[in-house]
Each structure stands twice: as structure tokens, then as C-alpha cells.
Design a protein around this ligand. Sequence first.
Ligand code: DON
Length: 319
Amino acid sequence: QKKHAKPNAATSSDKGGIEGAVNEAYNKYKDLKEGKNADYIPELAKVPSEQFAIVVIAPDGKVYSKGDADAMYSIQSISKVLTLARDIEDFGPKAIQDKIGVDPTGQKFNSAVFVEENKGKELNPLVNAGAIAATSMVKGNTYEEKWNTILQTHNDFAGRQLSVNDPVYKSEAATNQHNQALASLMNSFERMYFDPAKSVDIYTKQCAININTKDLAMIAATLANGGTNPVTKKKVVSPETVAHVLPVMATCGLYDDSGIWFYNVGLPAKSGVGGGIMAIVPGQYGIAAFSPRLDEAGNSVRAQKAITDIVNKLGLNPY
Ligand code: DON
């Protein structure tokens, strides 16, 4: 009956409902085997496919979790959101709109065709070419300065010190010729803002930052809370920055399935090929789920289903 509840309608009785909704989704999908691990990054194929976790974090920092919530995995494309937030905070929303673009491409997340056809313009910071450009823009004059800015931003969102999953970083760095080509192509259109090879390397490292599903829900909760971590109380970015990050997630967060996602769930979200997905209920909850098996678009099958069920059950779709 809460299907069309307003986004600010959280009450203490809703909180009782969260645990039930999380458990129900977990039990419903725990044995689902649809999809398969990403294998274009060799190390990702080795992640145990059975792992499954769901975590919801409330505005007061209370954690509702089920399954392998402490299992560590690489953040992958979800990191693009945090780097985007950093850039918007440091350079303003117009800089991203002008230098990268904020329109969905309707193409695969690593499409080179789109870059070529549009001369590196009208991309968005959540597909690979746009994300590498966003990484190249990050504040700092050197590789180290940019990397430190990125890692610190991830630490601040998660509220703890994170580190790089070295085997994943090395595995992807050895096989990321396609991303290198995207960066060169972007550079040929003068749409890269730092050395292209170094930018790809920083981007690859950023994608290999290791998190668990509690970290992911905390990142989501920080966005839900207007850019201030609800537990550490650190202001990571401003509410104005968040107000520009969430629409990009809403339109581009699940790649060429972003429309289908938004049609069914109505919440900004972001997926990664590591198997994580986070969704944001503005002013309320951070929701995260993890399962390594992906669908054709590169989005975790069980994470999409679990979050969709929880959102519908709790009436969190604002539309
Ligand atoms: O650049 C890549 O291909 C990966 N590091 C990240 C891609 C990704 O997570 C796409 N997700 N669905």
C-alpha cells in the first residue's frame, strides 16, 4: 500500500519493513544462477559467483544487511560516480557538461563508434571514454596528485581507508588496450585533459579499488544524505554537486539498460562489472547489492532484482 509514498515519508515503522524487505529479496534470489561473471578482465572471472549481499543504510547510519556483506570486490564503474562528484565539486557542473557531456549514448559502455561519430563530444562521465576524460580532469598536476585526490574521495564517501585490489588492477592493466584506444581517440579530438596513457592507468586503478557491500551502501547513503557521510559526518561534496551527480546516474547509470532500470525503479543507480550496484533514495536510504553474475548489458542480475524488489516493497520509487 506504500507504493506511491513520498520520498520523505520514512517513519520508524518503515525501518521495521526494511529488514523484512531485505530478507525477502535475499531469500527469493539467493539460488538464482542467471548471467555470468565478467571475464574480459581475467581476474573478475575468478570471483566466486555464488556471493550475494544486500545492504541498506538509513539516514541515521543504521545498517541493514544480509548475505556476504563483508566480501571484498572491485568497485569498477561505480567509481566513475565518485570521480564525477569530485570534478563537479572542484570545477562546477558546467565544466562537465562542456568538456565531457551529460547525455546517454544508447551504446555499450565501452563503445568507440559513438566517440568517433560524435568527435568525442556529447558523451557522459559514466561510459568508459567519458569516465577516462573525467579522471584526466581530476585536480592535481601529476599522476600521484590525481590518484591521491581520487582515492581520498573514495575513502571519504565510504568513511574508511580503502585500498586497491592489486591482482584486479594488474589484470586489467595488462588487458585494457581497448580503453587505451578510447583515450587516444578522445585525445585526437582534444577531449582528454591529461596524458592519455597515464589517465587510463589512473582510471584502471580507480576501478580496482576494493570495497564490500557495506562500503557501497555507505557511499550510496552519503549521496542520499546530500554529500555528507551519515556516520563520519564529513562533508565530502556539497548538496549542489549531488544534485548534478544523481541525474547523470538516473540517465546513464546502468549503461544501455538505464532506461529500463529507471522505468521500473525510478531511482538513480550505478552498476559495476565487479557485480555491485548502488541505488540512491534522495534524503533517505543508500541501497547496495552485490552478485558477480552479469547480464548482457554488464549489470549484475541478482543485484538489479534485489534492489528493484526492495524499492517496490518499501514504496521508495518517487514517481
Ligand atoms: O573499464 C572497464 O571496462 C572497467 N574497469 C569498468 C567497466 C564497468 O564496470 C562497466 N560496468 N558495468
